[in-house]
Design a binder for this molecule. Structure first.
Ligand SMILES: Cc1cc2nc3c(=O)[nH]c(=O)nc-3n(C[C@H](O)[C@H](O)[C@H](O)COP(=O)(O)OP(=O)(O)OC[C@H]3O[C@@H](n4cnc5c(N)ncnc54)[C@H](O)[C@@H]3O)c2cc1C
Length: 121
């Protein structure tokens, strides 16, 4: 049996002969999280986004009901957090819920301006 340091390749190849692509940032995934991160990172870096199979293979491609956020005075951040935690039935991380709910009113309009087709209704 090989030791940990003796790596065995299933296919023999010499890495020096493979094509090389240089970049500052590699983002794995073409959903809303990956693409939003790519837009941000591309302000100051070269970015490559990797897709598993095709660009539109993501949960984001399936989502079409809209994005919930506190967008008017009748709603409140605390009520939205409470609703989300209840709907999450104990599976939600409270600090992540708070961050998402608090940043939603700013982030949602920003993504609409970037071309998110699910704009305000
Ligand atoms: C049918 C449906 C309807 C929905 N409706 C709504 C809605 O109305 N409103 C709402 O807010 N949310 C909705 N959601 C939830 C929403 O789609 C997700 O919360 C959101 O899209 C998650 O975005 P994401 O970028 O984190 O993940 P994803 O969009 O899933 O992106 C993950 C990416 O990572 C890639 N990936 C995964 N593993 C690998 C790997 N090993 N190597 C390379 N790439 C990999 C995937 O191919 C994909 O591109 C819905 C989800 C579904 C399935």
């Amino acid at each position: 049996m090989n030791s940990y340091h003796e790596r065995e390749m299933l296919i023999p190849f010499r890495s020096a002969l493979l094509p090389q692509i240089f970049t500052d940032v590699v983002i794995v995934g073409t959903g809303v999280a990956g693409l939003r991160a790519a837009i941000e990172a591309s302000q100051q870096n070269d970015v490559i986004v990797l897709a598993k199979e095709s660009i539109d293979l993501s949960n984001t491609s399936w989502a079409q009901g809209g994005i919930a956020a506190v967008m008017n005075a009748k709603d409140s951040v605390n009520a939205h957090i409470q609703d989300t935690l209840e709907a999450g039935a104990g599976l939600c991380e409270a600090s992540a819920v708070r961050a998402l709910v608090e940043e939603g009113p700013v982030e949602n309009p920003a993504t609409f301006e970037m071309g998110n087709a699910r704009g305000p209704r």
